[in-house]
Unconditional design. Structure first.
Length: 301
């Protein structure tokens, strides 16, 4: 029976698969910086309301100065800079390309988790990781990815998010997933708003049209679900494994993009199969290996 952490993070992956595809349409009709701020501000507002609604305001009062500083850093390296980079990059490249680069997150996080969090990765992680990379490469070929300026911005965002996930896993030892999610989005919104003011873009917030509000509301709802499931799930499992599970969202984005252009190729199917196989190996390698050893032992006897 899958544990709660796995169910939450797998839910994050599903949300991510739809979100990356839908966000492509959202940034196409909005200033990407305004788009990022409005989404994050809405999510921060809703998460804060959720915490207060469930009578958890004591969590705010009990935060130490060090914990507030950690939440601010999360907002800086996870909730502001990378969002600006990602949505600007997404406006310059395709949804499939954006999803491909975003999903390389597991490589950087796994390296950081081993170094800074002392997490251990088993043989299944490396074998499954090769399968995941093969699936990613098939996606790359399928959509004829060329590494341009937009892709570079998304890669920079991924590096920031990798550092953020390592820090978040450390903070989650003493804080709830909802509080960490709130801190990330609250400070992220404030920092992006400061950027909008300094860059002379803040006045555009007053000229948003109703269709633009609609796209912001839809994508903010997806981001709310993503954020809440992710941090609450991350609290319950290793960050190296959690970020790997996020790859389950890539076949969804790839399929949606293929359907959008009216062509689902064999490579799309093979890519999804390789990614799912890699996830199975990573999540269940120990049990599979133990059964193989039991069979060997039985055969020899």
């Amino acid at each position: 029976m899958p544990n709660k952490g796995f169910i939450l993070v797998f839910s994050t992956a599903i949300i991510s698969g739809f979100s990356v595809f839908i966000n492509k349409f959202g940034v196409a009709i909005n200033n990407s910086d305004i788009f990022a701020f409005a989404k994050i501000a809405l999510v921060a507002l809703f998460i804060g309301a959720i915490i207060l609604f469930f009578n958890k305001k004591q969590e705010f009062l009990e935060l130490s100065k060090k914990q507030w500083l950690h939440l601010f850093l999360l907002g800086l390296i996870g909730g502001s800079i990378p969002f600006l980079l990602f949505f600007r990059g997404l406006s310059l490249t395709g949804a499939a390309q954006g999803a491909f680069i975003h999903k390389t997150l597991f490589i950087f996080v796994a390296a950081g988790a081993v170094i800074f969090l002392k997490e251990k990765v088993n043989k299944g992680f490396f074998i499954g990781g090769l399968s995941l990379l093969a699936g990613l490469m098939l996606t790359l070929k399928s959509f004829n990815l060329s590494f341009g300026w937009g892709d570079l911005l998304i890669l920079a965002a991924v590096l920031f998010w990798s550092a953020e996930n390592i820090l978040a896993k450390h903070i989650l030892k003493n804080l709830s997933g909802n509080m960490v999610a709130f801190g990330r989005m609250f400070f992220g919104a404030i920092l992006i708003f400061v950027y909008l003011v300094l860059s002379g873009q803040s006045a555009q917030l007053l000229s948003l049209s109703w269709p633009q509000f609609g796209w912001i509301a839809i994508t903010a709802a997806l981001l709310l679900g993503y954020t809440l499931t992710w941090y609450n799930g991350l609290k319950l499992m290793p960050v190296s494994v959690a970020t790997t599970i996020l790859l389950a969202g890539l076949p969804i984005t790839t399929l949606l993009s293929a359907i959008n252009v009216g062509q689902v190729s064999a490579k799309n199917i093979y890519s999804g199969a390789l990614i799912l196989s890699g996830l199975i190996l990573i999540m269940g390698f120990d049990r599979i290996w133990e059964r193989i050893k039991m069979v060997k032992k039985y055969v020899r006897s």
